[in-house]
Design a binder for this molecule. Structure first.
Ligand SMILES: *[C@@H]1O[C@H](CO)[C@@H](O)[C@H](O)[C@H]1NC(C)=O
Ligand SMILES: *[C@@H]1O[C@H](CO)[C@@H](O)[C@H](O)[C@H]1NC(C)=O
Ligand SMILES: *[C@@H]1O[C@H](CO)[C@@H](O)[C@H](O)[C@H]1NC(C)=O
Length: 480
């Protein structure tokens, strides 16, 4: 919000007098795109129909494309081919593009560079390949250590990829290097923009940081909640990336900025498997608030990437649970649907694209909660995830109301709160304790308009879990 008026005034006045600056003006007129990060590694058993179903589901959720996160397995190549065939079959405007996983794709030699270029070029002329600024968009996950046999990382990416005759002038390269955004200017001749993969979560909020700013982080202690509130959905990562790009472009046309939004993060792999056991703080309606930040600063954000469509291992999926889950992750994924977020995604994606406030298409209640107390004990050899201390025991609700009304949330017969709601988005929450359930009712003029009541057998907050699970159960209900 804070840069919106300044930038648009600047753009208008410059466009009027300096033709060179026209691209800044064009950027603001360019359609805003919303894409979703798609783990091709989870599609081993996918049929063509699975891809068609996912593309239809994603289109209905307001998404324009999947960022195909691909690694070295041969089946991922086959599934990439299936994905393009499905997109063509659907015949929609739905697009695909690469997000090359440089944390696993080899990138140490010139041969590695040649293989990567071939992989990209194999699909960039496909009619369903996403174009940005008239060129195929190519993104990455990581890549900040790749040299492709050259003396430095920037030289490697420049001579073996971005400026190599195979690709020079033939793609729009917007990787997500995990680097200090202030050093983006080292990548002249490489970057057409940047994707801030981690911008979806307040990743800097560790338990140590939180302890340093609050005296009480226990459960839902008010001073802890207040101290952490300002980090939720904040625009700092965007500001840093945009400043880094401005330094790189050095007064030239603005480069492409792709921001991330994500509903959750919990991963729980033992040291013997992927060895990842942590959460990022996603309480206090992170998904909604991050979207609201991106909508407010949409003049500086070209694309939003939802992280993710189907990364079950890290609990930030918005699609249905399907495909081949990373081994072991079924323990925290099965029984924890997130696809109610698809509808919420459409509401926010539409607002991001149009600039209009998120609108209630119908009266609708969304709710989510973790399944056990943050401080629960469990005989789980992996132990609780890093940062678990910061998450609140609460049911989070978003109520999309077509008009004013009243919402009652309750987690037990005695734990109940009633809120006045307004037309549009309402973000509400209520504490939850062992034995608690999720229940919400929207009433208007004394009549029940929507009731959301997941069965206690589907969701009951468990005081004595046998294993740690900081994933969320997500549910929604709409007026008929
Ligand atoms: C290129 O695409 C074809 C199908 O279109 C596929 O069979 C092949 O494996 C792909 N090769 C590479 C290097 O991606
Ligand atoms: C911290 O907050 C919790 C929850 O509000 C409360 O029960 C506890 O007494 C507080 N501890 C301190 C040291 O203030
Ligand atoms: C509730 O549980 C039943 C039985 O396991 C399952 O079929 C159904 O899909 C679940 N519903 C939700 C919303 O998770």
């Amino acid at each position: 919000m804070r840069f919106f008026p300044v930038l648009s005034l600047l753009a208008l006045s410059r466009a009027a007098v300096i033709p060179l600056r026209r691209s800044l003006n064009e950027r603001q007129a360019a359609p805003k795109l919303v894409v979703a990060h798609f783990m091709v590694g989870n599609t081993f058993p996918y049929t063509l129909q699975d891809w068609v179903d996912d593309i239809n589901l994603a289109s209905a959720a307001g998404l324009d494309a999947f960022a195909l996160h691909v690694g070295p397995d041969a089946f991922q190549d086959t599934q990439t081919t299936n994905a393009f065939q499905a997109a063509q079959q659907v015949g929609s405007t739905f697009k695909l593009f690469f997000s090359l996983d440089m944390s696993v794709l080899p990138c140490a030699t010139t041969d590695d560079g040649a293989a990567l270029r071939a992989r990209v070029k194999n699909f960039t002329s496909n009619p369903n390949y996403l174009q940005v600024n008239g060129l195929p968009l190519v993104s990455t996950f990581a890549g900040e250590s790749c040299t492709f046999g050259q003396d430095s990382v920037p030289d490697g990416w420049k001579s073996q990829f971005a400026q190599h005759p195979d690709l020079q002038g033939q793609m729009h390269f917007v990787p997500s290097f995990f680097i200090d955004p202030a050093t983006l200017n080292q990548f002249g001749g490489v970057l057409d923009g940047t994707f801030a993969f981690n911008s979806g979560w307040p990743v800097q909020v560790t338990t140590d940081l939180a302890n340093g700013i609050s005296t009480n982080l226990t459960g839902a202690a008010p001073d802890g909640v207040n101290a952490l509130n300002k980090f939720i959905g904040a625009n700092d990562p965007d500001t840093q990336a945009i400043q880094g790009l401005a330094t790189l472009s050095a007064g030239g046309p603005p480069l492409t900025y792709m921001a991330a939004v994500s509903p959750w993060f919990f991963t729980h792999f033992s040291p013997q498997s992927f060895n990842k056991n942590f959460i990022f703080l996603a309480d206090q309606h992170l998904y909604s608030r991050r979207w609201e930040t991106l909508i407010a600063e949409r003049n500086q954000v070209d694309l939003v990437e939802v992280v993710t469509w189907n990364d079950f291992g890290e609990s930030h999926y918005i699609s249905k649970i399907k495909g081949a889950l990373p081994p072991g992750s079924d323990a925290w994924v099965n029984g924890f649907p997130h696809d109610a977020f698809l509808d919420l995604t459409r509401i926010y994606a539409t607002a991001f694209k149009t600039g209009a406030a998120p609108a209630a298409e119908k009266d609708q209640i969304f709710m989510w909660s973790r399944p056990h107390p943050a401080n629960a004990q469990a005989s789980d050899p992996v132990g609780p995830p890093t940062t678990f201390q910061l998450t609140q025991d609460a049911v989070w609700a978003v109520v999309m109301a077509t008009d004013a009304g009243s919402v009652t949330l309750n987690t037990s017969p005695t734990d109940s709160q009633t809120f006045d709601v307004v037309a549009g988005v309402n973000k509400l929450s209520i504490p939850i304790a062992p034995g608690g359930i999720m229940h919400g009712v929207l009433t208007r003029n004394g009549q029940t308009v929507v009731e959301l009541a997941p069965s206690p057998s589907n969701f009951t907050f468990n005081g004595s879990p046998t294993a740690f699970n900081y994933n969320i159960f997500v549910a929604s209900a709409s007026a008929a």
